[in-house]
Design a protein around this ligand. Structure first.
Ligand SMILES: C=C1C[C@]23C[C@H]1CC[C@H]2[C@]1(C)CCC[C@@](C)(C(=O)O)[C@H]1[C@@H]3C(=O)O
Ligand code: AKG
Ligand code: FE2
Length: 373
């Protein structure tokens, strides 16, 4: 496949696939030389000695309790973080730590299977759920050193068991318990995401309920990321630099560490904390906030000793919901920065035409404008 679209002022790079590359985690982790498809260009190669970013976490429980000083503290922290880089940590979030621990344990069960067994869940083009090893079917170079299992999830009543059913139908009875855990985890993430939306709505002066309402019936994705060890970790990346095209990401990383965030033009490690969720603003929320809250640029590095796992929940609106900012964020001094679009259009753009990176929202906006003229 090779798609080349040109917008009025921006060329969209080709997406090419090279299906001959095989990423079998059990083999590739021992290979002394990283295959060339996994070698990232010089300017994107990771710095494995980056400094750590130290930031105060947001206490969600106290904010929701309504205690005035906690509310104003959370309000101040969230405003600073989202205007500056779009990333923050949440503690006292109400998610059961046993559930999170089980979600990590079941990752070992799934990713510990042979490649052929994992490929029973192989993600097909156009589908949201399924297993992908290193995106070898989608991209030709700068392949990420990871395998993922994506699961579509939603708070729509009709899709209330979608994760559980996926495991049962695709992986069989043996994965029934695993399906139950990930179903429960998705529901916990959905509840948490909507609570965070209250905080964001409040901070942007749109009202506590505004974004919570907007995301009712959301069509989200949960992704299990498994990063095997790599013998030349300084040459590759687990996940390349990107802003999530989705609205809000809630990530839980295991104790190994590898997530880096760009702040003040420097990459910083985010030290893993089992009690905390890492939250970042994605492109769709940046558009919803009329550019006031920034989509966060981040990436993940790998290491030569230990497998690393992370679980990401990507909150996204219902497919047909029109993404446009609330009226209070638009005036003559703050004109609209992005055109109206639907999540279904942006999703299609990142899956078919353009590999999500740090410029997705701008390139996508030009594409939408050009399409509509
Ligand atoms: C809708 C999505 C596309 C990606 C997964 C979710 C949200 C983030 C996107 C992604 C993680 C951004 C970096 C590149 C990518 C290919 C990846 O490494 O996983 C992206 C996902 C994707 O396109 O499948
Ligand atoms: O694994 C990580 O820490 C980051 C993963 C990520 O950015 C993603 O899946 O979008
Ligand atoms: Fe991401």
């Amino acid at each position: 496949m090779s798609i080349d679209i040109c917008t009025s002022n921006m060329a969209i790079p080709k997406i090419e696939k090279h299906e001959h590359v095989v990423f079998d985690a059990s083999i590739i982790q021992h290979q002394t030389n990283v295959p060339s498809e996994f070698i990232w260009p010089e300017h994107e190669k990771p710095c494995l000695e980056s400094p750590e970013l130290v930031i105060p976490p947001i206490d969600l429980g106290s904010f929701l309790s309504g205690d005035p000083s906690a509310v104003s503290k959370a309000f101040q922290l969230i405003n600073e973080a989202c205007r500056k880089h779009g990333f923050f940590l949440i503690v006292n979030h109400g998610v059961d730590s046993i559930l999170t621990a089980k979600a990590h344990e079941y990752m070992d069960k799934f990713f510990g299977l042979s490649l052929a067994e994992k490929q029973r869940a192989q993600r097909k083009l156009g589908e949201h759920s399924g297993y992908t090893s290193s995106f070898t079917g989608r991209f030709s170079s700068k392949l990420p050193w990871k395998e993922t299992l994506s699961l579509r999830c939603s708070d729509d009543d009709q899709l209330s068991n979608i994760v559980q059913e996926y495991f049962f139908n695709v992986m069989g009875e043996e994965f029934e318990d695993c399906g139950k855990v990930y179903q429960e985890y998705c529901e916990a993430m959905n509840t948490l995401a909507l609570k965070i939306m209250e905080l964001l709505g409040f901070s942007l002066g749109a009202g506590r309920e505004y974004f919570k309402e907007f995301f009712k019936g959301n069509d989200s994705i949960m992704r299990l990321n498994n990063y095997p060890p790599c013998q030349q970790p300084h040459l590759t990346l687990g996940t390349g630099p990107h802003c999530d095209p989705t609205s809000l990401t809630i990530l839980h990383q295991d104790e190994v560490g590898g997530l880096q965030v760009l702040v003040d033009e420097k990459w910083h490690f985010i030290r893993p904390d089992p009690q905390a969720f890492v939250v970042n603003i994605g492109d769709t929320f940046m558009a919803l906030s009329n550019g006031i809250f920034r989509s966060c640029l981040h990436r993940a590095v790998v290491n030569n000793k230990t497998v690393r796992k992370s679980i990401a929940f990507f909150l996204s609106p219902n497919m047909d919901k029109v993404v446009k900012p609330p009226n209070n964020l638009i005036d003559s001094n703050n004109p609209r920065l992005y055109p109206d679009f639907t999540w279904s259009e942006l999703l299609e753009f990142t899956q078919t035409h353009y590999r999500a990176d740090m410029n997705t929202l701008d390139v996508f906006s030009s594409w939408v404008l050009q399409k509509n003229t």
